[in-house]
Write a new protein. Structure first.
Length: 183
């Protein structure tokens, strides 16, 4: 799907962090640390390539509670995902695309962008799903149109909340580390 078409999901949140963009990038590009800030990702490890480099693949360990869009057949409990780094520009942007069960990139990209803003950095966390992924197709396969629209609305709200919560936690992690090192 091209960027000119309306994506299935698009969400973003932003926050100011008292750190330079390069310092912010060093943290957010370390996906193995995701468990420190993500509402769902517990962490994981790099499976191929140089950690954080374009083309490298990360295996994420995730967990979702029973109350998340509880009426829909979403994955619950623990599960594993694979994601491939699609953009990595130190101090500017870090993005990854989710893989399907065959190991192919899907039109589902998560990322961070950062830029200087005075003595701080503006950190933006964004998500875009251009077309339904394998998982979304499975979740909505038995739904009628009304249920699909309800699911898309509730899932969009969930993602927006997760992005904002992630940024709040990242801000604390980065600023606490910088205070501890005297930077």
């Amino acid at each position: 799907m091209s960027d000119t078409q309306t994506p299935l999901f698009r969400s973003r949140a932003q926050i100011h962090v008292s750190a330079a963009p390069a310092e912010v990038y060093a943290v957010v590009s370390d996906l193995a640390r995701s468990g420190e800030w993500s509402p769902e990702c517990l962490g994981g490890e790099w499976t191929t390539g140089t950690p954080g480099a374009v083309g490298s693949v990360f295996r994420g360990e995730n967990e979702r509670s029973e109350d998340v869009v509880s009426w829909a057949p979403v994955v619950r409990g623990k599960w594993t995902t694979y994601a491939e780094v699609v953009a990595a520009e130190r101090g500017r942007t870090f993005q990854w695309a989710m893989h399907n069960s065959s190991g192919e990139k899907q039109d589902s990209v998560w990322g961070f962008s950062m830029e200087p803003d005075g003595k701080e950095s503006l950190l933006v966390h964004h998500f875009r799903m251009g077309s339904a992924t394998e998982g979304i197709r499975g979740i909505t396969a038995e739904m009628d149109e009304e249920q699909k629209q309800q699911f898309f609305a509730e899932w969009g709200e969930k993602v927006a909340g997760d992005l904002a919560a992630t940024l709040e936690r990242i801000k604390v992690v980065i600023e606490t580390e910088l205070r501890a090192t005297g930077s």
